[in-house]
Design a protein around this ligand. Structure first.
Ligand code: UDP
Length: 311
């Protein structure tokens, strides 16, 4: 069984990964500075002997006494609202933070796993997006603090791999949803569910014709675990290729909740990608990755969660 350090472990994805790895018998050291989390996602692990929490900002330092087999870097504000609120922290965690993770992995002879993102494709002119696509990214736009930090993270991870310093993995994560997303993180799914639950206006930005492809969190975690324990060192897209418009998502959530909310159209934020859909051929062929959860099943679980925290 492995010793695994996860940064950003109090976040939405980090906490689900910690749960899965602990259930599989591994030990997890969870690192987080709690900038975008109140710790509630990992509270249930408090008395778990295979779990330890360390409050630390990885862009300043990252230390660990004892052996490590894997270092997973999931630390970063990740929603457009969060990284716009914390642009410098986002740039620092995606540069100094990733460097500190790689140096720790190097010192411990551990495998390093980088959580990258579909945002590295920017506003893609090609759809679906295969890993070979270089992207269409604005380096000085509203999303650049996140996109460019993640692009730097990929570049430095690739360098450590190429130099033979660390054995690395890079995942490109597409839109994911599920329980433990923050109510106020500003993303489409939590916003729409909370608005529909309260019968408040559902805010669609632009005309809602922009597309995303939403993956339920359990499928994503399955892909993460498969990639982690593989030997693939080049980037791999993980997500659900089922594409839909944002207006379709708003309508579906409203209908599922039988909500009286009206759908209102608000100005489109700058540089909002017009389309996004992963090409997951590589993950399918090399990892046997195949998302199982339907949108409706995933939304049911997510709605159940938001209902429970709203009440
Ligand atoms: N969006 C929206 N209303 C909201 C929140 C988001 O219409 O209340 C749109 C947003 O402009 C984007 C899409 O939904 O086109 C997905 O946004 P999200 O923040 O979930 O993630 P992104 O894929 O943009 O990082």
């Amino acid at each position: 069984m492995a010793e695994i350090l996860i940064t950003g472990a109090a976040g939405f994805l980090g906490s689900h990964i910690a749960d899965t790895l602990i259930a599989d018998g591994h030990s997890v050291i969870a690192v987080d500075n709690l900038i975008c989390s109140d710790g509630s996602n990992i509270k249930h692990l408090e008395n778990e002997p295979k779990f330890r929490f360390v409050k630390q900002d990885i862009s300043k330092k990252l230390e660990h006494r004892g052996a490590l087999d894997y270092v997973l870097n999931f630390a970063s504000p990740a929603s457009p609202v969060d990284y716009s609120k914390h642009p410098l922290e986002t740039l620092k965690v995606g540069s100094f933070g990733t460097y500190n993770c790689l140096e720790l992995a190097k010192a411990k002879k551990a495998v390093f796993f980088m959580a990258s993102t579909s945002e590295i494709y920017g506003d893609p002119e090609l759809s679906p997006q295969p890993e070979s696509y270089w992207g269409n990214v604005n380096s000085v736009g509203p999303r650049s603090c996140y996109d460019e930090a993640k692009r730097f993270s990929e570049a430095i991870t690739h360098t450590y791999q190429k130099q033979g310093w660390v054995d690395t993995r890079i995942i490109r994560i597409f839109n994911t949803f599920g329980p433990r997303m923050r109510v106020m993180d500003g993303r489409a799914v939590p916003n729409f569910i909370m608005q529909a639950l309260k019968n408040e206006p559902i805010t669609v930005y632009g005309d809602g014709s922009q597309t995303r492809s939403f993956c339920y969190v359990d499928d994503l975690v399955e892909g993460i675990v498969r990639l982690l324990f593989s030997s693939i060192t080049t980037p791999v897209n993980i997500g659900n290729p089922k594409e839909m418009t944002i207006l379709q998502m708003a309508t579906q959530i409203k209908e599922m909740l039988g909500s009286k909310s009206e759908i209102v159209f608000e100005p489109m934020p700058g540089d909002d990608p017009k389309q996004r859909k992963p090409d997951i051929t590589k993950a399918k062929e090399l990892l046997g990755f195949d998302p199982k959860w339907s949108l409706e099943e995933g939304l049911n679980k997510t709605i159940e969660y938001f209902r429970s925290i709203a009440s």
